[in-house]
Structure formats: structure tokens, C-alpha cells
Design a binder for this molecule. Sequence first.
Ligand code: KIV
Length: 271
Amino acid sequence: MSVHQEIKRITVHVLQAMKARGEKITMLTGYDFSMARILDEAGVEVILVGDSASNVMAGHETTLPITLDQMIYHASSVVRAVKRALIVVDLPFGAYQGSSRVALESAIRIMKESGAHAVKMEGGAEIANSVKRILSAGIPVMGHLGLTPQSIYKFGTYKVRAKEEEEAEKLKQDAKLLEDLGCFAIVLEKIPAQLTKVVSESLIIPTIGIGAGVHADGQVLVTHDMLGITKDFQPRFLRRYAELFDEIKGAVAQYCADVKAVDFPNDTEQY
Ligand code: KIV
């Protein structure tokens, strides 16, 4: 047997099989080569090149400013790092809402220029034509319902969505529609846990929750939030697994102190 174990890639079919056998799916965001390599080696099944790059990488207040070219840049950096995970890329605001033709062109650019495996789109019935057209080109689509940050100016706040019956009903119908159209999974963002349970049980395809409770078929977080690189964002749903802001700041301060004290580099650190 070869010493090099063959790495089995995660596909959309693997995710659906995981749901069928009740195994939870892990997804985290990735925007660059170095972090994507860590996520992949740690065993995360899906890396989402999220348009949250607009916030955590570029410092914008919302996800709206990021462009298709910038998403492709981030996605191609992630693709170069990853050997196992499925790589899903957000279609950014303005790249698919106007017409299904524009949507298809945007999705094709992402697939061709980055080498990623699938795209994600926010919305339900209102984007059905675009979803259908992208799927008909053979491009896997992940849906995204509930709090959809590209519509933040319509919602007005980042509060929990679909608490009222009417919005919950529309979300259930949209989820079914996305499954019927052929989406391979759906992100459910910031909705009541009980609604997530009902939706997840009604679908064959997996749901991936963020702030949507334990009943989703998988979970996603923004990597910079769960590692404590972002500091001020502290919603109830976020569990921090590290405090890297403080750790990195401490390391950098130590480096500065060592240079000032002529302690770095020492004899063994020079030629
Ligand atoms: O852009 C993003 O990071 C996302 C996740 C929050 C699901 O869409």
C-alpha cells in the first residue's frame, strides 16, 4: 500500500449521505490560502468563501460592497490550499439579483476562474429563475434563508428572523422550493430553533445553521468570530474557541519589545 493515503474529497453527495445517516456537517468561512489550509487539515467538511469577507477581511460595515472580482480572488486562494473540503462561494450582492442571465454569467466566472465547487445565493422564490438557470449549467447551488445580510437595508436590523407565522410560513415554502429546484443544501441564518427543526425534518437536503439552533443538519460560523480574531461581535449564538486577537496582539507586542531591546535577532538567528 502507498504511504500516501488518498484523500477522499467531500462532494455534495457526501453531504446528503451524511444527513441521511444523521451525521452533522461542519462548515466554516475561509478567505485566504493559509487559513483555508488549517481548516482543511482540521477536517472541516465545507469551506464557505463567504461575502462576510467584506466585513472581516476588508473592514466594511456590510456585505454589500464586495465585488465579484474580489470574491474570485478570495476563492482562488482557498482552492489552492484545500485537498478535501467542498468549497462553496457566495455570489456577491449585485451579481445575481437583476437577471438570470447575469446570475449565470457570475456563477460561471466563479467556477472557471477560481476552481471552486459550488455557489451560494441568498433568497427564495424571488431568485428562483436564477437558481434554476445556474443549476441547469451544472453548477451546484447552496441556498440561504432567514437573515440574509445582503438585504440588511430592507430588514433594518440583524435581529432573529421568521419569529412571526407569516414569515415562518414563507421560509418553509422557500426551503421546499429550493430543494425542488435542485439546491444541494440550505443555510438557515438566525431563525428560531423550532423552525429549523421543522424545516430540516421536511427536507432531504441538509440545512446548515448559523444562529438557528441544534436541529440543523450542520453548523457554520465565521472563522474570524469563532477564533476570537474579531473582538466586538458577540451575539448569543457565537461560541468562541480561541482568543486570537489577544494572543496575536501579545506576540506582536513581544516582537516589538525584543527588537527595541536589541534582543532579536540573536546570534543563532543571523548568518
Ligand atoms: O458570508 C458568510 O459568511 C455567510 C455565513 C454567515 C453563512 O453567508
